[in-house]
Design a protein around this ligand. Structure first.
Ligand SMILES: Cc1ncc(C[n+]2csc(CCOP(=O)(O)OP(=O)(O)O)c2C)c(N)n1
Ligand SMILES: [Mg+2]
Length: 252
């Protein structure tokens, strides 16, 4: 097997902590490919994450500077680092719970400031690492360890939330759309301003086990079937749209 991204992995780090079927490992590979295709210098980059499975994507794996911070506070640390050294390319990689539940206030205000931060949010629609609790992104009706009868609340549409708050680059893709996602990651990395990519990533261990579809391969197939591009969504009725996930570049 060609291990083309090996040079970006911190020496001594073996394997990843991700469960079989988790999308976070796919996302990790795609981020490194985007960096590689842009020929970016890891010495001029800083990767910031909060706490959660997604926060493990850069740290300890990436062979560069990483800040593995407090739960919900990745954007506050990233803001400080960018203010201290404006030449740094600061990339925040974290989970939906970390960035939008406990960290939601930091997220909307960082977007409002349109500060030059690149944010990659791995959205598995649940708190994966801590036992599958409901998140602000969990679909209405979904079962989690804290909503046994189904989540009574509607979820945030993260991309629309961040766009409304003032971000200047916003996109949503799934790990099942690798080529489009790499293109988007490259754009976000080059964009000067608040860039936000919401990446849908399946979590069979905590989400799938309580909902349908359940098996890792079925979750992947379900994402492939449900993710459509904005252009394709235009001709669909409200009923047809209800089960689809609209992906694409929403801003600029
Ligand atoms: C202040 C604080 N509150 C709660 C926790 C427990 N905690 C750690 S990670 C996490 C949720 C992570 O979910 P998410 O960001 O979606 O990442 P995932 O594991 O799903 O990739 C929680 C509640 C904590 N570490 N610190
Ligand atoms: Mg999560």
């Amino acid at each position: 097997m060609v291990r083309a991204m090996e040079k970006y992995i911190r020496p001594g780090v073996k394997g990843t902590p991700f469960c079989p079927g988790c999308g976070h490992g796919i996302l990790m590979g795609l981020i490194l490919r985007a960096i590689d295709e842009l020929n970016m210098d890891m010495k001029k980059m800083l990767f910031v994450s909060g706490i959660g499975c997604a926060a493990w994507i850069p740290s300890p794996h990436f062979n560069g500077d990483t800040l593995h911070t407090l739960h919900g506070r990745a954007l506050a640390f990233a803001t400080g680092a960018k203010l201290y050294d404006p030449d740094l390319c600061v990339v925040v990689i974290s989970g939906d719970g970390d960035l939008s539940s406990i960290g939601g206030n930091h997220l909307i205000h960082a977007a409002r400031r349109d500060m030059d931060l690149k944010v990659i949010c791995a959205n598995n629609m649940i708190y994966g690492m801590t036992g599958g609790q409901v998140a602000s992104t969990t679909p209405k009706g979904a079962k989690t360890s804290t909503t046994g009868g189904g989540n009574p609340y509607r979820p945030f549409d993260l991309s629309r939330l961040v766009a409304a708050a003032g971000a200047s680059y916003v996109a949503r893709y799934s790990v099942t759309q690798p080529l489009a996602l790499i293109r988007s990651l490259k754009k976000a990395l080059r964009h000067v301003g608040f860039s936000f990519i919401e990446v849908l990533s399946p979590c069979p261990t905590q989400y799938g086990r309580r909902n349908r579809p359940e098996k890792p391969e079925e979750m992947i197939q379900d994402l492939i079937r449900r993710c459509i591009l904005e252009e394709e969504a235009k001709g669909l009725s409200e009923e047809e749209l209800a089960e689809k996930i609209v992906t694409g570049e929403f801003l600029p």
